[in-house]
Ligand binder design. Structure first.
Ligand code: RTP
Ligand code: MG
Length: 149
């Protein structure tokens, strides 16, 4: 089932120059980047994006962290891409994330866990619409799609 998911490299990933390396993982897996941009997240956008955590004790730190520098936001497309990217990202606490996952390979601290990915179809639709306009999407065929699928 072809899906789209919202994925974001957090400020620590961008500052540590890991953008290319992490993008390469998604590309090599066969996922298609259909929209992407670097941006500074405003306080309002951060609070809306992470609204489900507004009553958690870590909410303030989470908002400060995600607005502390540029993020690299993207929409990835592929079969069952929502759960696939969550698996590639790994557990929220990088210390518990499996080696081979992005968090398991590049991060140590839950508060600096370098990547976000939508956790459900509802989240994906909400987050994609929050970060991207229709005009920012590219509709194209990859030449090796018949090899990957
Ligand atoms: P994300 O939304 O960023 O992809 O992360 P996630 O689904 O794996 O985890 P979630 O429960 O949605 O939490 C969002 C972010 O809040 C921070 N967090 N800190 N100190 C804590 O116990 C704690 N729990 C969560 C993390 O940065 C997490 O990515
Ligand atoms: Mg989450």
């Amino acid at each position: 089932m072809k899906q789209r998911t919202f994925t974001m490299l957090k400020p620590d990933a961008v500052k540590r120059r890991l953008t290319g390396e992490i993008l390469a993982r998604f590309e090599k897996r066969g996922l298609k980047i259909v929209a992407a941009k670097t941006l500074m997240i405003s306080d309002d956008l951060a609070k809306t994006h992470y609204g489900e955590h507004s009553d958690k004790p870590f909410f303030g730190d989470l908002i400060s962290y995600i607005t502390s520098g540029p993020v690299f936001a993207m929409v990835l497309e592929g079969d069952d891409v929502i759960s696939m990217v969550r698996k590639m990202v790994g557990a929220t606490n990088p210390k518990e994330a499996a080696v081979g996952t992005i968090r398991g390979d590049y991060a140590i601290d839950t508060g600096r866990n370098i990547v976000h990915a939508s956790d459900s179809e509802e989240s994906a639709e909400r987050e994609i619409n929050l970060f991207f306009d229709e005009s920012e999407f590219c509709d194209y065929e990859l030449p090796d799609e018949d090899i990957i699928y």
